[in-house]
Every structure is written in C-alpha cells, then in structure tokens.
Design a protein around this ligand. Structure first.
Ligand code: ZN
Length: 319
C-alpha cells in the first residue's frame, strides 16, 4: 500500500442554505449572484476543486432553478431547505405533529421535483428546528441524509433543542431525536465547537462563514480535527472524519472584496493547511458523499439503541 493510500481521509463540505426569496430578504438577484460567487470561490484553480451542498427553499428553486440544474451538472449537490412560513405554515418545523410536518416537507419535495426532475435526498430545516417526528418522516419521504441537528443549540423559541446530541455522522433514533438509532437517514451535523458559546450562550460557535472571522474559524477547525483523530484512534476506528462549513446565499459573494467571500476562501486554505499538518488526505465532498462513506462502514442497526442504566453510583448502598 502506498503512503498516500494509507493516509486517513478527511472530507470537507460546504453547505449553502439558499433562501434569498424569503420575505425578510426578498432579493433573488442577490441570491443568484451569491450562489454563482460561491461557486467561483470553490472552483478557484489555485486549490482543490471543492464541492458544495446547496439546500434550497421552494421559492428560490422556483425563481432561478436553472442555476441549481447547472450546479448539479457540475457535481455539486442540491438538497431541500425549508422555512415553512414562506409556504403558508408557521415558521418553525419543530412545532408540528406527524401529519402536518409530513405535509410541509412533502410540499417542498414536490416543488423540488418539479424544478430538478428527480426527488431530493438531502434535507436541512430552517434554524435546525425539528422534533422527534422529523427523522422518521424524512425516512418515509425518501430522504437519505442531511444536516438536521446543531448539537447543543438550545433555542426553544425556534423549537430547536438539541442538547448533547451526537457531534458527528450517525443514524438517528426512531423516537428520540437526540439519540443514535436505526432511522435510515444519515444525519451529519455542521462542524461546531460546543465549548465556545454564541448568542448569549444559546448556540455553539459553528463553522458558519459569516459568524466570525477566519482566525476564529481556524481554532474551530483545528479543535474538531484533533477531537476526531482522538476519537478515531481511541474509540471508534471507523469514525468518518469531516469538516462541514455553512453559509447562506444572502451575502454578495460575487464581490471579490466582500468580507464573507474572503473568509470562505481563508477557510478553504485553512482546511488544506491543517490537513497537511495532521497528515490527512483532504477529500472535497458533498453531504451525500459523506453519508455514503458513513454507510459503507456503518451498517444500519436492526434496533434503535438500547440504553442501560448506569448503576455504578449505587454500589455503596445496594445489597
Ligand atoms: Zn435557512
């Protein structure tokens, strides 16, 4: 086996939540320019050709679907994103029960199919708002992967409570969204540093391009790589190492002087530098690619996880 082949791989994906048609933004021209600008940065010949996963709300799909068809042909992934208020429901997906939630996601699925000519398999809800119905509904509607959770985000006002849910790729539990289980859907959280808190402590510092500058992102990326390597060496040898960044198409990424564009370019450089430093093979990936690698090394369990009560603290007083 050559040295290159023996290197541990680390996947990098950028997710772009596309929602420029939202009433609060209402600027599809900006959305289109942003998506094209992001594509330009990813395709910059001075680096690896990176891949993005664009998750798109129905109205953006309807407004400029041709751009997403072009991106798909170039090897990027197009998934579904929802801000249900834009389509006539309340804003937060996580307040809905089974029937209505299924109806909301199915509505988006139909618009996606009309625009792209095939069914979506990747999903992200706005604000990561979800509840215990969400994963089984996604499975039922044919979605196979996505980024549904943001570990440790605690925003009850957005029906988004993720507590100590898994940090990395996993199959979710059928009845409890924060546990691992046997729903046939690979959930792939965005890279985040749960110890660094934002928004008054309610949400972790995640790898969202627009949140902080490149220096802060550097620490988040390096911390995640070190944590994942330790996990892979000490606990889970099949752990799929990845870095997943996030942004939105509501900033003018077509402008070369735009701060977010420069931050994104810096993130791509940082990922390559750190991959080299930790002797990792950097592999550009869509969210689907990461899900497929996870599936190839992790069989879907037959049952959702069984939990065992930790009784060690009782030892002193139990007979
Ligand atoms: Zn969104």
């Amino acid at each position: 086996m050559s040295k290159i082949q023996s290197k541990r791989r680390i996947f990098f994906n950028l997710q772009v939540d596309c929602e420029a048609s939202q009433r609060s933004i209402d600027n599809v021209e900006l959305g289109k320019r942003a998506v094209e600008g992001i594509h330009e940065v990813l395709a910059d010949a001075s680096r690896l050709a990176y891949k993005a996963t664009y998750v798109v709300i129905p109205k953006d799909l309807q407004a400029y679907g041709e751009v997403y068809r072009m991106l798909e042909q170039k090897g990027h992934e197009i998934g579904l994103h929802l801000h249900p208020k834009e389509d006539g429901w309340e804003e937060f997906l996580g307040i809905y029960g089974y029937e209505e939630q299924k109806e909301i996601i199915d509505y988006g699925k139909i618009i996606y199919e009309d625009t792209l000519g095939h069914s979506p398999t990747c999903f992200t809800p706005g604000y990561f708002s979800a509840n215990d119905y969400t994963f089984p509904i996604l499975e039922e509607l044919g979605f196979t992967h996505g980024s549904v959770s943001l570990p440790t985000r605690d925003l009850p006002q957005c029906a988004c409570i993720w507590g100590s849910s898994p940090l990395y790729a996993h199959y979710p539990h059928r009845f409890n969204r924060s546990l691992q289980g046997n729903v046939n859907f690979v959930n792939i959280p965005i890279t985040c540093d749960t110890a660094s808190r934002m928004w008054g402590g309610a949400t972790p510092l995640d790898l969202r391009v627009e949140l902080v500058d490149a220096k802060n992102h550097y620490y988040t990326i390096e911390k995640s790589i070190k944590h994942q390597l330790k996990l892979a060496e000490e606990q889970e040898k099949d752990h799929v190492c990845y870095i997943k960044a996030l942004t939105h198409n509501i900033f003018d990424y077509s402008d070369k002087k735009n701060f977010r564009r420069q931050t994104l370019a810096s993130i791509l450089d940082i990922v390559q530098d750190l991959a080299d430093r930790y002797d990792l093979e950097l592999v550009p990936a869509t969210t689907r690619d990461i899900a497929e690698v996870f599936r190839s090394t992790h069989a879907l369990p037959e049952k959702s996880t069984e939990l065992e009560l930790d009784q060690r603290g009782r030892k002193g007083w139990s007979k």
